[in-house]
Design a protein. Sequence first.
Length: 348
Amino acid sequence: MLDTLLRDIDATEINAFARAVQTPADYALTLSVMPEKTINSVKFRIKSTSRRVNAAKYRAWDAQTAVATREAKRIVTEGMLPPLGQKYLVGELEQILLDTARGADSSELVDLLYQDVAAHVQSIKARLELAVGDLLTDGKFTLSGENGLTVEADFGVPSANMPTAATAWTDPAADALKDEMAWIEVLRASGAPLPSRVVTSYKARALLAGNNAYRQAFYGTSATNIPTGVLAPNEVDAVRARYNLPPIEVYDVQIPKDDGTMARPIPDNKWLMLPPNPQTWGETQYGVTAESLVLSSGGNPAIEREEAPGIVVTHGYTDDPVTVWTKGAAVAMPVLYVPDIHITATVF
């Protein structure tokens, strides 16, 4: 009976449906900060080259030209993309089988399986949103005994790029303007591009409205003559524009975990100053799974070989006990190419 029911469920259609499931619009980390990319591999590989060219030297007439030295450094980092995913068992299977035995069609089972396919994709994308937040928070992607897996990928973000505000911004006397301009100078000193945006929590952004340095800058008065009350959002933006500070994007995503708690990909006390052209800075890389290799092999593949990278969903059944299951699988993680062109500051 299960063979008959599952004949209506095609692996090609399932995976076409899975690939059509969009990343949630509020998942800014995997949509625009470290965008998703598929690679035809199970490894990530990072090549970085730094080259310093010294100034030339003058010489006397008829004297030999000085021989210069090259100072170049090339670093290649690679590692395995870790696998992730989940499996669902179809609920109410006994009732579905009973209804089928009475003459019902397989539509209920098909509907349940497709609901699970969408949930698999969303769960993998949610875990990767958390993974990007983990990397941006401390410069490392870390798994500590997750489903038996312990991994640490340290991308070597300098400590100067992970500063702490001189005074917590929860104190109105903190000089938030001075802090942020100092962090921009850290980027400029290393030759990094100016940040194109700030990504932070609603709470962190809201602290600027009551910050004395912002209020004094807006009103153009001395500290002793600042009017009472907090600044409106557009007034905060006006101060930032005056000091040529990047625009702020509020990011307050919370993702449910299997223990019933909610997790923030980025703690609400972090202030991320991000470079332009994110594709040249970092990516969320999806590689090729073992499941996709099986589906793309043989004379009548369920998916084309070039479609193998990414999230793949498989299904099947066992007869002891009688169980129908679906499984979502991927090999993926965030990868940081250039570790010193952003700021992750702790502001309170």
